[in-house]
Unconditional design. Structure first.
Length: 352
């Protein structure tokens, strides 16, 4: 928590502040909280049954946030702004919980962050208009359009990346990391980080061209499809299962990052792994997913690929680059910059 005269007072409330941080909404919520604590007077309230990180307070509450303890804590904080990051995005229950937070402390503005699209039925859409918060932040056109149809005031919110943790390494450091993780030293390594689940188009990664090798880091918290993992292993992929505490080292050990997900809702709208790879100055081949085209133009090592049957051609172009410039492209999206952007747009103060 950071205190100081004149700083905005912020409470970030989320069911997604639990550990481990191997899922996009959890990682986003924890990273945004840490950044807010660096630029504002900010406290995190981890609402639910999971364990909270050291930067947040755990407050058990039911599905509707009908919690006297939560209400007392909000009143004690007396925030100017309540930021709600629901684990389930903008469902009707999330909108209800945002309204409950407003009723607990009416003096604050309430901002909700929806990281994935949600489709509401007609009765829910009618109710949602009465529950909408002051502002909803979203990251993709498909999510923003649905929220605007509910009458919400919608703002685009870019994702951030830890530019001190995710950094480029020298060739010697890359070779040492490959030895540490038992990775091939003489192959062009293609990395994908995320959940090995149906719907994420990971089948497109089974046919990488000769002279390359796929490395998949399969997170555990949202489940894994054994058949999909077996298919990838059968195609020659190296699969690392479970939470990787030093995930930055796996980006640094590899040569290129692949993100083939196409279907809305199968990843957060701005995939954090793409930004992490770019911060390590890896070339990236990605479907133009969600908010990525709103944040970046292609080129300089970032290749937007609609048709993944053209992956060999895209990789040939990437390998022909003398040097990618993806870190330069992502250098404006550190988490402190994202936190200041959110505060400015949520509070209507654009000079922060």
């Amino acid at each position: 928590m950071t205190t100081g005269r004149g700083l905005p007072r912020v409470c970030l409330v989320s069911e997604a502040l639990g550990l481990p941080r191997d899922e996009g909404v959890r990682q986003f919520a924890a990273s945004l909280l840490a950044a807010l604590q660096g630029v504002a007077w900010a406290v995190g309230l981890a609402v639910g049954r999971g364990a909270a990180p050291g930067t947040a307070e755990a407050l058990p509450a039911g599905r509707l946030f009908l919690s006297p303890r939560l209400a007392r804590r909000l009143r004690a904080c007396a925030p100017d702004l309540v930021v709600y990051v629901p684990s389930a995005a903008a469902t009707i229950f999330s909108l209800w919980r945002a309204r409950a937070l407003r009723l607990m402390w009416p003096r604050a503005r309430v901002a909700m962050v929806s990281l994935q699209p949600r489709r509401l039925g007609r009765p829910s859409r009618l109710l949602a208009r009465a529950l909408r918060p002051d502002v909803v932040f979203a990251q993709a056109p498909w999510t923003m359009a649905g929220l605007r149809a509910l009458g919400c005031a919608v703002r685009f919110l870019p994702a951030g990346v830890d530019l001190q943790r995710f950094v480029p390494v020298t060739p010697a450091e890359k070779e040492a990391l490959r030895r540490r993780y038992g990775l091939p030293r003489d192959e062009f390594l293609l990395l994908h980080v995320g959940h090995a689940k149906p719907g994420r188009n990971l089948e497109a990664l089974a046919c990488v061209p000769e002279g390359t090798r796929l490395v998949v880091v399969a997170a555990a918290s949202m489940g894994r499809d054994p058949r999909l993992l077996a298919m990838l292993r059968g195609a020659g992929a190296i699969v690392l299962e479970g939470y990787q505490e030093r995930i930055q080292e796996l980006y640094q050990a590899c040569d290129c990052y692949l993100f083939p997900v196409q279907r809305p809702g199968c990843a957060v709208d701005v995939p954090l792994s793409v930004l992490e790879a770019m911060a390590c100055n890896l070339p990236v081949v990605t479907y133009p997913f969600g908010g990525l085209p709103l944040m970046f133009s292609g080129g300089d090592g970032l290749c937007f690929l609609d048709d993944w049957r053209r992956l060999p051609l895209a990789l040939a172009e990437v390998r022909a680059l003398p040097s990618p410039r993806t870190r330069q492209m992502v250098s404006h999206y550190g988490w402190p910059e994202v936190a200041r952007y959110l505060l400015a747009h949520a509070l209507g103060v654009y000079a922060l």
